[in-house]
Design a protein around this ligand. Structure first.
Ligand SMILES: Cc1cc2nc3c(=O)[nH]c(=O)nc-3n(C[C@H](O)[C@H](O)[C@H](O)COP(=O)(O)OP(=O)(O)OC[C@H]3O[C@@H](n4cnc5c(N)ncnc54)[C@H](O)[C@@H]3O)c2cc1C
Length: 451
C-alpha cells in the first residue's frame, strides 16, 4: 500500500499502486482489482482526491507506452500528434517546440500527462479562443472494464463521457490531438495593471479578444478602493520578426529547468499573511515598468511560472492547501464581485489568485468550463474558518449558475455537485453502460457520489 495525495497534499489515502507499461499489462491488472475497484493516475497534479482510491488499486499511467527507447508519441502531418496517455506535456513540448509545434492547450503546469489533460478536459489561458483540451482531440483509445481496448472518436458518446470524466470510464491509453504551429519558442506579451476589480473586468471584457492567451492575477490582500487590483498578462506566440536579432538564431530553443527547489520540510509553511502581502505588493509594483511595453518572454515563464520552483506545494506546510476554482456565466459579475469582496474581507491568504475568461465549452458532460469567468485561488488548509467560508461561497456560485472544477476540488459536497453539473445523470448512464460492475472508482467519485 502506498499513501497517495493530490497536489494540495490534503486527505492522504492508501492504495495498491501499479505501473503498467502497456495496454495489455493494464488490462491484466484490471482483472486483479478487488472490491474497492481501480482508477488511473497521471502525474498527480490534480489538487484533491481525483487520482486516489482508498484501499483499492491505482494505476500509475506515466510509464504507459514506454516499452522501448523510442518516445511515447508520434508527430504526423499537419501537427497531428498521437501520444501515449502517460506522456507528460513537459516531455512533449521539449520534443515538439523545436520542431515548430505547440500543444493546443496547456494548464498552468507542464507536469501533467496527456491522460490527465483529457480526463479533466483541462483549459489554459486560451479558452476564450480555443476552448479546452478535448476540443482538439481527434480520437482516444480507452481500456474499458471488460478489458477491451475501444477506439473512440467525437461521434461516440463514450468519448465525451471520457473527456472530463475524471478517469471513471476506463483507462485512457492513447490520444490523438492536433497541435498548433509556432514560428518561435517565445511569446510577445503585454502587461497591464488595473486599479480595482471593476476595471479588471472591463479591460478583459473589452480587449481579451485581441490576444490568444490572457490571464489576470489578482492581489486578494488589497482591500478598500483597491480591492481586486490586478496585473493582466496577455500575449501571443511570437513570430521570427517579433524577436530581437540576437534571439533569431535559436528561435525554437526550448529546455526549461526548475531554477529553485522548495525546502523539503516546512512544518508551518512559508506562505503566511506577511510573506504573501509582501509578495503581492512586490509583484504588483514590479509590473509598473513593464506596463505598456511589448515584452518577449519564453514559453515557460509565460505559461508555467510555478514550474520554476520544484516542489512549491510543500511551502504551504504539513497541512497542505486547498485550491478553490469556480466558474460563473457571463452576467454573474455581481457574484464574482461578492466573492472577491468576501475573500478579501475575510483576510484570506492567497498567494495566487487568477481570473480568466472562458469561451465555448466542449460537449463533454462533466467538463468544467462554461462561457463566463473563472477564478482560482490557493489557500492554506490551516486557514481558520476555511470550510464554512467556502461552503458559503459554493452557495453563491450555485445560485449564479456556476460550478466548481473537479480537478481542483477536495471539499465540495455531493449536493453541490448534483446541483451544478446538470448533465451528471446523462454521464452516469453512459458510464454505467461502459462499466456496469462499477470497476472504476476514486475517492472523488465516492465523496461526490458520482457513480
Ligand atoms: C500548478 C498547477 C496549475 C494548474 N493549472 C491548471 C489550469 O490552468 N487549467 C486546468 O484545467 N488545470 C490546471 N491544473 C490541474 C491539472 O491540469 C489537472 O488536474 C490534470 O488533470 C493533472 O494531470 P495529471 O497527469 O497530473 O493527472 P492526475 O492528477 O494524476 O489525475 C487527474 C485525473 O485524471 C485521471 N487520469 C489520469 N490519467 C488517466 C488515464 N491515463 N486514463 C484515465 N484517466 C486518467 C485521474 O483518474 C484523475 O481523475 C493545474 C495543476 C497544477 C498543479
Amino acid at each position: 500500500m502506498t499513501l497517495l495525495t493530490g497536489w494540495g497534499r490534503t486527505a492522504p489515502t492508501p492504495a495498491t499502486l501499479e505501473r503498467p507499461r502497456s495496454a495489455a499489462e493494464a488490462a491484466e491488472l484490471l482483472t486483479r482489482a478487488g472490491r474497492r475497484g481501480v482508477v488511473a493516475r497521471g502525474l498527480g497534479r490534480s489538487y484533491g482526491d481525483a487520482a486516489q482510491n482508498a484501499g483499492g488499486l491505482v494505476l500509475d499511467c506515466t510509464a504507459l507506452g514506454r516499452t522501448g527507447p523510442e518516445p511515447a508519441w508520434r508527430l504526423g502531418s499537419d501537427g497531428l500528434v498521437t501520444a501515449s496517455a502517460g506522456a507528460g506535456l513537459h516531455d512533449l513540448m521539449t520534443d515538439l517546440v523545436p520542431k515548430g509545434w505547440f500543444v493546443p492547450v496547456t494548464p498552468g503546469t507542464r507536469y501533467v500527462t496527456v491522460g490527465g489533460a483529457v480526463a479533466a478536459d483541462v483549459h489554459g489561458k486560451n479558452h476564450h479562443v480555443d476552448s479546452s483540451f478535448g476540443a482538439h482531440v481527434r480520437s482516444l483509445r480507452l481500456l474499458t472494464a471488460d478489458g477491451t481496448l475501444r477506439e473512440l472518436t467525437p461521434d461516440d458518446e463514450l468519448f465525451w463521457a471520457t473527456v472530463g470524466g475524471m478517469g471513471l470510464t476506463g483507462v485512457i491509453v492513447e490520444a490523438t490531438f492536433r497541435c498548433v504551429p509556432v514560428e518561435t519558442s517565445r511569446m510577445v506579451v503585454d502587461v497591464e495593471r488595473t486599479r480595482d476589480l471593476d476595471q479588471t473586468l472591463e479591460v478583459m471584457a473589452e480587449t481579451d479578444h485581441r490576444y490568444r492567451y490572457t490571464v489576470a492575477w489578482i492581489d486578494l490582500l488589497a482591500g478598500g478602493r483597491r480591492m481586486g487590483r490586478s496585473v493582466l498578462t496577455r500575449g501571443d506566440h511570437a513570430t521570427t520578426a517579433d524577436l530581437p536579432a540576437r534571439m533569431r538564431g535559436d528561435r525554437l530553443a526550448f529546455g526549461p529547468r526548475p531554477r529553485l527547489a522548495a525546502p523539503p520540510w516546512v512544518p508551518g509553511g512559508l506562505l503566511n499573511r506577511a510573506t504573501v502581502r509582501a509578495f503581492n505588493a512586490a509583484w504588483y509594483g514590479k509590473a509598473a515598468p513593464a506596463a505598456g511595453k511589448r515584452l518577449v518572454q519564453g514559453i515557460a515563464p509565460f505559461f508555467h511560472p510555478l514550474d520554476g520552483v520544484a516542489g512549491w506545494n510543500r511551502m504551504y506546510g504539513s497541512r497542505g492547501f486547498v485550491q478553490y476554482q469556480f466558474a460563473v456565466p457571463f452576467g454573474a459579475e455581481d457574484t464574482l464581485r461578492r466573492v472577491v469582496a468576501r475573500l478579501s474581507g475575510a483576510g484570506v491568504v492567497s498567494f495566487l489568485t487568477v481570473l480568466k475568461r472562458f469561451g465555448q465549452g466542449t460537449p463533454a458532460m462533466l467538463s468544467f468550463p462554461m462561457p463566463g469567468w473563472t477564478l482560482a485561488l490557493d489557500i492554506p488548509a490551516a486557514q481558520p474558518g476555511l470550510a464554512g467560508l467556502l461552503t458559503e461561497l459554493d452557495e453563491w456560485v450555485a445560485a449564479a449558475g456556476g460550478r466548481i472544477y473537479l480537478a481542483k476540488d477536495s471539499r465540495m459536497s455531493a449536493e453541490m455537485m448534483a446541483a451544478t453539473y446538470p448533465r451528471l445523470d446523462e454521464w452516469r448512464e453512459i458510464r454505467w453502460r461502459a462499466d456496469p460492475g462499477g470497476l472504476f472508482v476514486s475517492d472523488l467519485a465516492r465523496r461526490l457520489r458520482l457513480l
